[in-house]
Design a protein around this ligand. Structure first.
Ligand code: C5P
Length: 228
């Protein structure tokens, strides 16, 4: 029964706006929401807490992924996350966790260990998931696959604005270079690289406001799934 629940995947690079867009789309549809990046962040945090450093072996990281004791709650606005009973929503976004998550995400045994967990989010009435490989690897049978893009300049400027609003001092040129480096890593890694699924619909958000992208995504979903 739950296997039949429809899935919408939203994949794309850092700064494409997929987190905000997929959250709002899930809320508008009244569906469940999967923030798949949070699972890689949880493994990274679990490893840091277990005292595993930069040189942690792949098997030790995969053990942490297999044994994750975590909970997610989505209220239509934000996702709150717990690790071993303790809320870690904010900590998951911290710099050390972000840095470590991209390394952890490149370990094949970790990715493998998280497949079933991601699929378990698929429940009626439906699921919107955001990530890098949801349309290609995790939900190849998704009813709608979207791939969000935006120019590197637009993504760097969005990130710059966000950080400024938080009162952090950053240089736009530095953000631009960091984004280029992360794109390069994400697109060229051996396992589950960031590429659009063959049947994905590309949305370029460079010239669009967030609400316009959500409207467009909603229109595509309703067109493909007229009965929902
Ligand atoms: O999306 P977010 O920044 O939270 O992702 C955290 C890390 O997990 C990123 O470094 C990203 O490359 C990785 N990731 C992944 N596959 C996904 C989601 C995230 O490799 N489906």
């Amino acid at each position: 029964m739950s296997d039949a629940a429809p899935v919408v995947t939203i994949d794309g690079p850092v700064g494409s706006g997929k987190g905000t867009i997929s959250t709002r789309l899930a809320a508008r549809l009244g569906w469940h929401f999967l923030d798949s990046g949070a699972l890689y962040r949880l493994v990274a945090l679990g490893a840091l807490r277990a005292g595993l450093g930069e040189d942690a072996g792949d098997e030790a990281l995969a053990d942490i992924a297999r044994g994750l004791d975590c909970d997610f709650s989505f209220d239509g606005v934000e996702t709150r996350i717990w690790l071993s009973g303790e809320e870690v929503t904010r900590e998951l976004r911290s710099e050390p966790v972000s840095r470590s998550a991209s390394r952890v995400a490149a370990v094949p045994a970790v990715r493998e260990a998280l497949v079933a967990r991601q699929r378990a989010f698929r429940r009626p009435p439906g699921l919107v998931g955001d990530g890098r490989d949801l349309g290609t690897v995790i939900f190849p049978d998704a009813a709608v696959k979207l791939f969000l893009t935006a120019s590197t300049e637009a993504r760097a400027e969005r990130r710059y604005k966000q950080l400024k609003e938080k009162g952090e001092s950053v240089k736009l040129s530095r953000l631009f270079r960091d984004l280029e480096a992360r794109d390069e890593r994400d697109m060229n890694r051996a396992v589950a690289p960031l590429v659009p699924a063959e049947d994905a619909i590309l949305i370029d958000s460079t010239e669009l406001e967030i609400n316009e992208v959500v409207d467009e995504a909603y229109r595509i979903v309703k067109e493909k799934l007229p009965d929902i």
